[in-house]
Each structure stands twice: as structure tokens, then as C-alpha cells.
Design a protein around this ligand. Structure first.
Ligand code: AMP
Length: 179
């Protein structure tokens, strides 16, 4: 056993979803476990205590579940980073490239004050494209990303490394090989 293997074994792997060759790391089985969900939140919240973050931002959709719980554990507010066209008020956004096509992350213009420090949360980092777009979006309005946190890292895809190169401290609880 290595650190966090007790949580790692609660993640279900679905081969060839949503496309052939992708090993989908299904975190719903970890979230659905009464001990596993709370313990995941406790371990990430403990790692976040030193980051001096003033607010937590979660990336749609599984980042909402985790980020909301971490924010509550830390006594902080929560800001959703949503995909294109979902937020009702005025937004600012950032486009990013997917393997096939483009996507966009958005926040409300008044969601976080310039100068604030945000903790960015998602379930999994793969290529890092989504998280990096969120980092660029926050930085474009003067918000500092104190740290980025994930439950799962897919290190072969290099996303965590890209984030670190961009100056963002990255924490993940455990990794899986491959895509
Ligand atoms: P990326 O922008 O490439 O880092 O992709 C990260 C986003 O895609 C996260 O929100 C993940 O939930 C999702 N994702 C990417 N690859 C996988 C995978 N193999 N299993 C589960 N979710 C994935």
C-alpha cells in the first residue's frame, strides 16, 4: 500500500469510455462511499490549509461536488467554473483546445475580487487543458491561483507538470498510469 491507496481502490475503471482507448476513471464509486467521500475531502482540505486561499473554485461538473465540500470544510465560499453558456449573469471566459474542437470555461464577472487567492479544484487532471484555461481566466482578472487540487493525476498526460511550469502548486491524492 502507498499513501491514499485506500481511496484509490474505490475508483472504478471503465475501459473504452467515452471512446476506444480511454480508461475512464469513474470517481462516482469513491464519492458514493460514505467513508471514502468524507476522507477524500478531509485529505484535500488538510493539504489546502497552508495555501492561504480565500475562496474555492470548482470546475464543472465533478469539481463542484468536491470543491463545494472542501470549501465548507475550510469555511470558505465556493465559485463554480462553468462550461460555455450556463451562467445566468455577465461572464468572462477563456477558450481552450480539446483533442477534437474547442471548449470554454466561464465565471461570473463579479465572482471573485481582484487580488484574491483562489484554490482550484477538479476531480482529475489529464492534459491540464481545462485547469490551465481556468488559471489563465483567473489571472486575467488579477486573481491569484494559490494551488490546484485533484483527486486523480494521469501523469503520462503531463497536465500537472504543465500547471507547475505555469507557477501553480499542484496536489493530487493518487495517480493512474495511461490515458
Ligand atoms: P484535461 O483538461 O485533459 O486535464 O481533462 C480534465 C477533465 O476531463 C476533468 O474534468 C476530468 O473529469 C475529465 N477526464 C479526462 N480524462 C479522464 C479520464 N481518463 N477519466 C475520467 N475523467 C477524465
Amino acid at each position: 500500500m502507498t499513501a491514499n491507496d485506500d481511496l484509490r481502490q474505490l475508483v472504478r475503471t471503465i475501459p473504452d469510455f467515452p471512446r476506444p482507448g480511454i480508461q475512464f476513471r469513474d470517481i462516482t464509486t469513491l464519492f458514493g462511499d460514505a467513508w471514502g467521500f468524507g476522507e477524500t475531502v478531509r485529505r484535500l482540505a488538510a493539504a489546502a490549509r497552508d495555501s492561504d486561499a480565500q475562496v474555492v473554485a470548482g470546475i464543472e461538473a465533478r469539481g463542484f461536488i468536491l470543491g463545494g465540500a472542501i470549501a465548507a470544510a475550510l469555511g470558505l465560499g465556493f465559485v463554480p467554473v462553468r462550461k460555455r453558456g450556463k451562467l445566468p449573469y455577465q461572464t468572462i471566459g477563456r477558450d481552450y483546445e480539446l483533442e477534437y474542437g474547442q471548449d470554454r470555461v466561464e465565471i461570473h464577472v463579479d465572482a471573485i475580487a481582484s487580488g484574491a487567492r483562489v484554490l482550484l479544484v477538479d476531480d482529475l487532471v489529464a492534459t491540464g487543458g481545462t485547469a490551465l484555461a481556468a488559471v489563465e481566466l483567473f489571472r486575467s482578472v488579477g486573481v491569484e491561483v494559490a494551488a490546484a487540487m485533484f483527486v486523480i493525476d494521469l501523469p503520462e498526460l503531463g497536465g500537472a507538470e504543465l500547471l507547475r511550469q505555469a507557477g501553480v502548486p499542484v496536489t493530487s491524492l493518487f495517480a493512474f498510469a495511461g490515458h
